[in-house]
Design a protein around this ligand. Structure first.
Ligand code: URA
Length: 273
């Protein structure tokens, strides 16, 4: 897909043309990553290197510079322990046979996840919708098409250095948000996926993913624009593509978040060399 087409579909080209200079950073031409000692240092470097950053984000950074880390404890129950040992060979079949919550009664297909099992990028959404439930693959509906455009704008595509998963592996009726019980029942699967993939960056798409991975009830607006961690892995929060379809004005913020994630990944890789 051509880059200008991608950016235009992502809602960025028109905004760029109206302004005197582009507020939208060009991800493939990002500055070379620098050595960094930790995620908080990375964030400081990035704030110095990001000319498009808004004053609102700078203020937020000053008041919320503290890095947030959430490390879930080991599973104490036998189901959790079994899932924590699953190999990729057994993973999808185990999800398909799961009856840990009532969503198994209404699902057509379980939706374990899709992509490169050695990916550096892990995107985590909420749960399958109607089309995903039919196909058994995450993000294949309208929100998925926007996610694909977001990936393309970053020069990436699903399946190549990208893995896509959800908090829930089975569709909640009427696409409602996961209940805490459903999210808890499904948590061992996402945690196993993260352990198997060992991504270098996690992008939490929307509130359900942020809640589960960061153990917080804070709004996306307050979580985005700064670095988090899931255990040792840098994590960036952004809006869910389905929300962006309803609120296209926030697409530019989401693009900033993705560029921030890409810079973070570059800095993390450089720090590990
Ligand atoms: N929304 C999600 O969160 N996940 C999907 O797989 C599809 C839509």
């Amino acid at each position: 897909m051509r880059r200008d087409v991608v950016l235009s579909e992502f809602g960025l080209i028109s905004w760029q043309l109206r302004g005197t200079k582009s507020p939208v950073p060009d991800a493939p031409d990002l500055p070379e990553p620098r050595q960094a000692t930790g995620f908080a240092d990375l964030k400081k470097q990035l704030s110095r290197e990001t000319p498009h950053e808004t004053s609102h984000e700078k203020t937020r950074e000053k008041t919320q510079a503290k890095e947030e880390v959430f490390s879930p404890g080991a599973f104490s129950d036998t189901r959790g322990q079994r899932i924590a040992q699953l190999s990729w060979n057994d993973f999808a079949a185990d999800v398909a046979a799961c009856t840990a919550c009532d969503l198994c009664k209404t699902r057509t297909k379980a939706v374990p996840g899709v992509g490169d099992v050695h990916a550096r990028w892990l995107f985590v959404g909420e749960g399958p919708g109607a089309e995903e439930d039919k196909k058994g693959e995450p993000f294949v509906g309208q929100a998925g098409r926007l996610l694909d455009q977001m990936l393309a704008a970053l020069g990436m595509k699903r399946g190549s250095d990208v893995y896509i998963a959800n908090v829930l592996k089975c569709r909640p009726p009427n696409n409602r948000a996961p209940t805490p019980q459903e999210a808890d029942a499904c948590r061992p699967y996402l945690e196993r996926q993260i352990a198997l993939i060992a991504p270098k960056i996690i992008v939490a798409l929307g509130k359900s993913a942020a809640m589960l991975l960061l153990n917080t009830d804070a709004s996306i607006a307050s979580l985005r624009g700064r670095g988090h961690r899931y255990q040792e892995t840098p994590l960036v929060v952004t809006y869910h593509p389905a929300y962006l379809l309803r609120s296209p004005a926030d697409k530019a913020k989401s693009w900033e978040d993705l560029v921030f994630a890409k810079r973070t990944l570059g800095n993390v890789s450089a720090a590990q060399q």
